[in-house]
Design a protein around this ligand. Structure first.
Ligand code: AMP
Ligand code: MG
Length: 410
């Protein structure tokens, strides 16, 4: 048996396609389901659809404070005020007589017989009669939302596979879901490798650095809706790497950082191979992140991410997040990009798809992006200024100021 996997280096598009192919298979697989109280379902992926249990609105709803009446009748002359209807109050008097109007509040059910609500600001009321103020006009249907016009009982308002955010929580509450079936969070083992690493609570010696990747990966894992377990740092040797992989079993995904380059003490790929790994790719023509590794062990998927901190976070956003979202049952799994206007010219060499740290700002009219100067994929200080990464396609040498560019979001 070979000691190292054979090299499979893909373009960005091929690597992304490969991950999405596996993600799609995972998304269709059976997923464990949790029952979550409504508020706890915020941020989780729905394992059931949200179905309207009644028409929305359930009754013809007045959208204004005013008078419910027949439009043609009020246009023709004053109408008698036959009563007052508050929101939450039923109308008990049958069909409204043609010559009558009812004072009505926003959110109340429009009585049968009325075909419009005239705004209180558009009428004069005196002596128990209401009249339209000139030059106001009135048409049937005004200020009424018909019963069932937003949704019909039985309609699916949110399909399974969507992540619950604010509007979905509101829809679930409106349809009477006190609890919801959501997909279980995928479990992720995080293994940082490197003899130079010390934990954040320790004081590093001059030749040591703090382990930042375990924390950035855990934060990204949480943001992708999964549950991270930060395992102890793995020393750069054979046995330690194998033991660490053994300790990571039982998780849905194993994330390793570092040790995937061609250094003498890079054991990750060899140890994975010994445990029966099948490699999908062992590199991608991207910067940062070229040595990224993706594949499957007998019981879990894994990624070997390059140890440089900016490479680690970019390869997570590009490849790990889509796989994790799919593992969690989410339908819309792919990496997240936006477009923005580039504020400064950028020049690079062709041959790699680049994801360069940048600061994205937006207002109502426009999104703008400015590259952050950096010293390469180890430059955490530059990354800390950034909130996105400008995409430079493999064959592009130059992006001009003012051009619309694609920006990878973390
Ligand atoms: P490697 O991929 O192991 O060759 O590491 C590449 C670079 O990333 C080296 O400078 C490492 O010191 C650094 N590095 C590796 N792992 C981590 C980590 N967990 N946190 C911060 N930096 C790291
Ligand atoms: Mg290393």
């Amino acid at each position: 048996m070979s000691l190292v996997p054979s090299e499979v280096v893909l373009s960005y598009a091929e690597a992304a396609e490969c991950v999405l192919h596996h993600a799609e298979k995972l998304r269709r697989a059976e997923h464990a389901v949790d029952q979550a109280p409504l508020l706890a379902a915020s941020g989780r992926v729905l394992a059931q659809p949200i179905v309207a249990d009644r028409n929305l609105p359930p009754f013809p709803r007045s959208t204004r404070d005013g008078f419910a009446c027949r439009a043609g009748k009020l246009t023709a002359g004053p109408l008698r005020v036959a009563g007052l209807l508050r929101a939450g109050e039923p109308w008990m008097s049958g069909t409204l007589a043609a010559g009558d109007a009812v004072e009505i509040m926003t959110g109340a059910a429009v009585p049968p017989g009325a075909d419009c609500v005239v705004m209180i600001e558009h009428v004069e009321v005196s002596g128990g009669f209401v009249r339209l103020t000139a030059p106001r006009t009135l048409a049937p249907g005004e200020n009424i939302v018909d019963a069932g016009s937003e949704a019909r009982a039985g309609d699916i308002l949110v399909p399974a596979g969507r992540r619950m955010t604010v509007p979905q929580i509101a829809a679930a509450a409106a349809c009477g879901y006190a609890t919801l079936a959501v997909f279980a969070r995928p479990r992720v083992a995080i293994l940082a490798t490197g003899d130079e690493l010390v934990d954040v609570i320790r004081t590093p010696l001059p030749h040591q650095i703090r382990n930042s990747n375990s924390y950035s990966l855990a934060a990204q894992t949480l943001a992708a809706g999964a549950a991270p377990a930060i395992l102890p740092v793995v020393r750069d040797d054979w046995a330690a790497t194998e033991e660490a992989l053994a300790a990571a079993t039982g998780r849905d995904l194993i994330l390793l950082s570092g040790g995937v380059s061609v250094g003498k003490f890079d054991f990750v790929e060899r140890a994975l191979l010994r445990r029966g790994a099948e490699f999908q790719f062992t590199g991608a023509r991207i910067q940062p992140g070229r040595p990224v590794v993706f594949g499957r062990l007998p019981d879990a998927y894994f990624f070997g991410l390059p140890g440089n901190p900016v490479s680690t976070m970019v390869t997570f956003a590009l490849f790990v997040a889509p796989l994790l979202r799919a593992l969690g049952g989410e339908a819309d799994a792919g990496p997240r990009f936006v477009t923005a206007r580039l504020e400064e010219e950028m020049r690079v060499k062709t041959g790699l798809t680049r994801f360069l740290p940048a600061r994205l700002e937006s207002d109502m009219r426009d999104a703008r992006v400015r590259p952050v100067p950096w010293h390469g994929s180890g430059d955490l200080a530059a990354a800390a200024q950034a909130n996105g990464f400008v995409v430079v396609p493999e064959t592009t040498e130059q992006l001009s100021a003012g051009e619309r560019v694609s920006v990878l979001l973390l």
